[in-house]
Design a protein around this ligand. Structure first.
Ligand SMILES: Nc1nc2c(c(CN[C@H]3C=C[C@H](O)[C@@H]3O)cn2[C@@H]2O[C@H](COP(=O)(O)O)[C@@H](O)[C@H]2O)c(=O)[nH]1
Length: 349
C-alpha cells in the first residue's frame, strides 16, 4: 500500500470508525454522504493531512494568527434589521450559486461603489444596489412576477451572470412560495420553525424546490442542502445572532458543500483526486452535475470537514462546522494560486 493509501479514510470498505449518532445528524447529511465515502473511487480523504491541518490551525491560533472571523459585511449586504432583510437574504441565497465563467472567459463582474466585484460578492452587491435604486426585492409580490429585463438590469455588469434563466425562476419561486405559505414574510417561516436552525433548513427543503440539494448516488439519495443551510447561517450572520438571527441547533449544521471548499481542502492535500479526475479539474473541464465524480467531491468535502471538526475537538480546540466552513471559504477567496476548483454547472451551489 502506498503512503496515501495507509492514511486514506476509510482504510477499507465498511470501516466502522466514526459511527454517527442520529442526534448529531438531524439533516441526514453525514449519514447519506458516509455511504458515498465507502464506495468512492475518484476522491478520497487523507487523514494524516487532516491532522496536519488541525495542528496548523491550532498553531496559528496560538501564535495569534487566527484569521479574524469577519463580521457580517454590510458594504455588500442589504441590512435594515427588519423582516425586509430576512426576505432579501432568502433571495440572496436562492441565487447564491455558480459564479464562474466558461473556460478562459473572464468572470461576470459588476461595478459597485467604485469597486469591481465578481463571484458571490458581485451577487450580493448587485442585489443591494437594486434595493438602493428603489427595487423592493424584499417584496414577495414583486418577486413572484419579476421580469427577465428587471433581473438583467439587477445583474448588469461585464459579461453575463451564469445560469441567468435559472436565477429568474428561483427569484419568482421565492415570491410565490412566500405568498402561498408565509403571507409574504420569511419571518413567519422562522417562527413556524420555532427558531430552530434544523427545522428551518428542513422547511426550506420542503417548501422551496430550488433549495432541494439532494443527489442520487448508485440509486441512493445523498443530502447536501447547501443553500438551505447557508440561508440559516446568513440570517444568523446578518442579525449578529440576535432577533431573527437567533437560532437554536446551529451547531448541528454541516459545512456548506460549495465549489471553493473542495479546492482549498485539495490544496492542503486533505482531498485527493484520482488521476483522470485531477486532470479534468485542473484543465477546467466540466464535471457533470449528478455524476459520481461530482457527488464524491462533495461527500468527501462534508466528511473531511467532519473529521477535521472531530480532530480539533479531540485536541481541545473545538470549532463548529460553520466556523470551519467560514475559515476554509475565506482561504478560498485567495485561491488564484491554488489548483482550480471543479466546474459543475448547477444551481445547487
Ligand atoms: N461554503 C461556503 N460557500 C460560500 C460561502 C459564501 C459567502 N458567505 C459568506 C459571505 C459573507 C458572510 O460572512 C457569509 O458567511 C458563498 N459561498 C459559495 O462560494 C461560491 C462562490 O465563491 P466565489 O466564486 O469565490 O465568489 C459559491 O458556490 C457560493 O455559493 C460561505 O460562507 N461558505
Amino acid at each position: 500500500m502506498t503512503m496515501s493509501e495507509l492514511t486514506r479514510w476509510p482504510a477499507e470498505e465498511g470501516d466502522g470508525s466514526y459511527t454517527i449518532q442520529q442526534t448529531t445528524d438531524p439533516l441526514g447529511i453525514l449519514t447519506s454522504t458516509r455511504a458515498v465515502i465507502d464506495l468512492a473511487k475518484n476522491v478520497w480523504i487523507n487523514t494524516e493531512h487532516i491532522e496536519q491541518l488541525s495542528k496548523r490551525w491550532i498553531q496559528e491560533d496560538a501564535q495569534g494568527q487566527k484569521p479574524a472571523m469577519p463580521l457580517w459585511d454590510e458594504r455588500y449586504h442589504f441590512s435594515d434589521g427588519t423582516g425586509r432583510t430576512v426576505n432579501w437574504l432568502l433571495l440572496l441565497d436562492a441565487l447564491n450559486f455558480c459564479f464562474w465563467a466558461e473556460k478562459d472567459q473572464p468572470r461576470w463582474a459588476i461595478e459597485y461603489q467604485k469597486q469591481t466585484l465578481n463571484g458571490y460578492w458581485a451577487e450580493a452587491a448587485a442585489l443591494k444596489r437594486a434595493v438602493e435604486e428603489g427595487l423592493p426585492l424584499w417584496d414577495a409580490e414583486y418577486l413572484r412576477t419579476i421580469s427577465e429585463e428587471t433581473m438583467a438590469h439587477i445583474f448588469r455588469g461585464s459579461g453575463t451572470i451564469p445560469l441567468f434563466e435559472q436565477r429568474v425562476q428561483n427569484a419568482r419561486e421565492v415570491g410565490h412560495v412566500l405568498l402561498d405559505r408565509y403571507a409574504g414574510q420569511f419571518t413567519n417561516a422562522i417562527e413556524q420553525a420555532k427558531r430552530n436552525a434544523i427545522n428551518l433548513v428542513l422547511l426550506l427543503e420542503r417548501d422551496f424546490p430550488s433549495f432541494r440539494d439532494v443527489a442520487v448516488y448508485r440509486g441512493q439519495p445523498v443530502r447536501f442542502l447547501k443553500r438551505a443551510q447557508i440561508t440559516v447561517a446568513d440570517i444568523n450572520g446578518s442579525f449578529h445572532g440576535q432577533g431573527w438571527g437567533n437560532f437554536t441547533k446551529q451547531d448541528q449544521l454541516t459545512i456548506f458543500a460549495d465549489y471553493k471548499l473542495p479546492q482549498v481542502l485539495r490544496e492542503y492535500n486533505v482531498l485527493e483526486y484520482e488521476v483522470h479526475l485531477a486532470q479534468k479539474v485542473d484543465n477546467k473541464e466540466l464535471i457533470q452535475a449528478g455524476s459520481e465524480e461530482e457527488i464524491e467531491i462533495r461527500a468527501c468535502t462534508i466528511w473531511a470537514c467532519e473529521l477535521l471538526r472531530q480532530s480539533l475537538q479531540r485536541q481541545g480546540h473545538a470549532m463548529t462546522a460553520a466556523e470551519i466552513d467560514m475559515r476554509l471559504w475565506l482561504l478560498g477567496q485567495r485561491s488564484e494560486e491554488m489548483r482550480p476548483y471543479h466546474r459543475t454547472r448547477t444551481m445547487y451551489y
